[in-house]
Write a protein that binds this ligand. Structure first.
Ligand code: MN
Length: 231
């Protein structure tokens, strides 16, 4: 097949212990999935799940043991970190029941749902889509993916985030309002999930701004840490 110009490169993420990479299809995100964060954003925390997407090429895959570059984005004066457990889908499907959902998971990683909070707030005020606040270039840093077999009892663990060594966010994963199986069930009722999909599962309380030069470190139990420097 020929193209009128060179097609864009496939986006991919590293997998712990493998030279083969995880080819990325779509990036789904869950909003307000921890009650304390939902409350800090002005909700009760009991609302049904909210989904949005980021473009696959917003991914910033960071190799194990390295510090990724995160460019400070345009238009914002309030660039926020959100640490999240990321689910990497290995086999797709529609209307996946929650009790079969974990069979569709390839692995897990820790990721950052970076947010232009001022622009998101402006769009919320206008009841308009959040794209400009969430779906911007370099808006989805991701650490290496750990396959399910090695990740083990991950869902009993924690995620946390520090900026320049000072902790800002920490939560048990069991404090998610919607569990990973429930998220997969809800998502696959709305979209056909496909191998290569990534799901950012929502952030706990403690979101806040970062500035140029800040070092963000995100950690998940049993996962490779993710480190990025804001440039
Ligand atoms: Mn988020």
């Amino acid at each position: 097949m020929s193209y009128v110009f060179a097609p864009p490169p496939l986006v991919s993420a590293p997998v712990v212990g493998l030279s083969a990479r995880f080819p990325v299809h779509r990036i789904y995100c869950v909003g307000s999935n921890y009650r304390a964060h939902a409350q800090e954003m002005g909700h009760t925390g009991r609302e049904p799940p909210v989904f949005f997407m980021k473009p696959a090429d917003a991914l910033v895959p960071v190799e194990a043991g390295t510090t990724g570059d995160l460019p400070y984005p345009s238009l914002t004066h309030n660039f926020h970190h959100e640490v999240e457990l990321v689910v990497a889908i290995g086999s797709g499907g529609r209307d996946i029941p929650a009790d079969q959902a974990l069979g569709h998971v390839f692995g897990y990683a820790v990721g950052l749902d970076m947010t232009r909070r001022d622009l998101q707030a402006e769009m919320k005020k206008r009841s308009a889509p959040w794209c400009i606040g969430k779906g911007f270039d370099h808006g989805a840093p991701l650490g290496p993916i750990t396959a399910v077999a090695q990740a083990g009892a991950l869902l009993e663990g924690q995620i946390s985030l520090s900026v320049n060594g000072a902790e800002r966010q920490r939560s048990a994963l069991r404090d998610m309002t919607w569990s990973v199986p429930e998220i997969i069930a809800h998502l696959s009722a709305a979209w056909a999930l496909a191998p290569g999909d990534l799901i950012y599962t929502g952030t706990p309380a403690g979101v806040g701004p970062v500035e140029r030069g800040d070092l963000i470190e995100a950690v998940g139990t049993g996962l490779e840490p993710l480190r990025v420097r804001v440039r």
